[in-house]
Design a binder for this molecule. Sequence first.
Ligand SMILES: Cc1cc2nc3c(=O)[nH]c(=O)nc-3n(C[C@H](O)[C@H](O)[C@H](O)COP(=O)(O)OP(=O)(O)OC[C@H]3O[C@@H](n4cnc5c(N)ncnc54)[C@H](O)[C@@H]3O)c2cc1C
Length: 372
Amino acid sequence: MIVGCGVIGATIAYELSQSPDRAITVLDRNLPASGSTGAALGVAMAVMSQKAKGRNWRLREHSLGRYATLLPELEAAIGYPIQRNQGILKLCFDPADLPRWQSLQAIRQEQGYTLELWTPEQILERCPYLDISRAVVGVYSPQDIQVNPTELTQALVAAARQRGVSFPFGEAVVGFETAASGDATTCVGVQTAGQTFPADTVILAAGLGSTPLTASLQQPTILGPVLGQGLRLHLDHSLDPSAAPLVINGNDIHLVPLGNGDYWIGATVEFPANPEDPESAIAEFLAHPPDPTLLDTVLQGAIAYCPALAQGNITDRWFGLRPRPQGQAAPVLKPLEGYSNVMLATGHYRNGVLLAPATAAAVRDWVLGRAT
Ligand SMILES: Cc1cc2nc3c(=O)[nH]c(=O)nc-3n(C[C@H](O)[C@H](O)[C@H](O)COP(=O)(O)OP(=O)(O)OC[C@H]3O[C@@H](n4cnc5c(N)ncnc54)[C@H](O)[C@@H]3O)c2cc1C
């Protein structure tokens, strides 16, 4: 039983469905990608990330490798393409950052990855639509990607369904049936308003919804919401009409080409006043429309490095709540303490799309390892 069908739950379901003889069910109170995933831009910075070792790098590296096979695999299964981009260019404006990038470039080379450092002239040659007057260097990562999170999640659901995974949507999990077994407790059923689904293994991938679920299992794992706003903008013509336009990042603001002159720009990072009390923090965020001036500041930041965006029409604005663990590092990827058969795969904060494949691999290994 997997609780939650965002990008995390859907990827876990798909990867587990490759093991025969498993009955897999994914419950979601809404539709796939209706939580944080539906608001994400899907930028996956692995090689570009300053993480060079440790758990966070291993998760990023695994995800990058798996995406290279996963996306074609899914496209073959569903029969249509998933919107995505290959290659990210980060504009750096502070000369003091240059040694850090040079050192990362050397590390990545040793690890077998490519990171190119472009002079402002080289940036202009490849991307003549960018204003490079303040740029010191462009860090180009040809192996990093961006993928449309909603399309990805829907493709994972469709492909997992083909392999027999069942997806009862509109089923909110309200509690669990448990049984004592030795030192640990076993979760034997997942309860919704209408029924109890029998379970021998339970994966909690409910994003922000994981907080009350873990509380009901007497092992509260607190995830605070961090609001993010993004927008879609249309230009009369594409900035880069080539077949492989780059995702641009400057000052932590992403510019994601979608084709036909459409772009995503984002995102704000807005912390709640009371992250320790996620229920009231979420309620507080949802009670008021997000502050539009903060999103305007993000847009102005993108216009500063890409002036042509000033001519665009905003065709959509949205926001979402990122699940950020309190008191522990993101993501929360471990068995639930005190239980023999419950695993947490949640709290991916700003990197759930990036880390979904590695998360799913870790869950799959845990499930299969336990079984054997
Ligand atoms: C504006 C914005 C931009 C972002 N950009 C990026 C990016 O560029 N790259 C990146 O990697 N990440 C990005 N993120 C972060 C990313 O969206 C999250 O890390 C990721 O979506 C988390 O996925 P998830 O499946 O854990 O959670 P969610 O997508 O929130 O899914 C959880 C699911 O669980 C369901 N659920 C909850 N409680 C219950 C219950 N009791 N019963 C049944 N179902 C339940 C919900 O309905 C939901 O569908 C961004 C986020 C935002 C808001």
